[in-house]
Design a protein around this ligand. Sequence first.
Ligand code: SF4
Length: 293
Amino acid sequence: MEALDDRELMDELEAGEAAVELDDKEPQEVLAWAIERFGRRLGLCSSFQAEGCALIDMAWRIDPRVRIFTIDTGRQPQETHDLIDAFRDRYGLRVEVFTPDTAVVEGMVARHGSNLFYRGVNLRLLCCQVRKVLPLRRALVNFDAWVTGLRRDQWATRSNIRKVEIDHDHGAIVKFAPLADWTEDEVWDYIRANDVPYNALYARGYRSIGCAPCTRRVAEGDGARTGRWWWETGAPKECGMHCAIETGGFEHELAALLGGHHAAGTSGANSNGAGAAARNDVASDDAPAARDG
Ligand code: SF4
């Protein structure tokens, strides 16, 4: 890892100017700008959904040395692991993998069971914090800027994202969203036109793919993210990686699991004001009967 005093952070003024300059630019132009500006201090974060696959292909064509990283939650479907291998083979990539803290996962599962997410929104958010948000926070210490596959039309909480912004939830590094104004169809047009590998679950009716127990295929006409945490009502279709979530419930549990040392910053609105409140209840206290549509 490079020394912290080598960091290449941007201030609000520079980020604002870049956001204006790049707002109507194609994703490849945004990526080229980011790679030029940050080089090896830039990380492309991908969960290997369609958006991330397209971005990796674009970035690799600009600079094959671009750094790619992912969060392995430990609960992802086999198809996602197969896809990561396909990318390694096809592009010769070294994917940097960040995993949850073993002791914290063990503590969480001992207290609440492996499938805690089905028993309440706050337990689901706790699991997302432990398996996704905290590993992401640790990963981003290595970077001055990161690239995400967020699109504005994915969900209401994402409608205001900018292509360049300061990420105040992660040490004021820069966050790029080159696909912000692309539609789902445009992503797929790119994937097909460039023969980019994609997750086999899409062919089985999935449109947004996260962890296996929390994702199912969606019915015709339903929104892409309705297959995520489908048993919940009134909760945001977010895990907290991109949109800090305010609740009154999971933070004290997280503090207990972490020994009370690292829980700060687990709530609060993020820089684009997209913070979302979650209800503390769920549609059912029981595990859903059907997990695959
Ligand atoms: S998506 Fe589900 S399994 Fe994955 S981290 Fe969140 S609650 Fe846990």
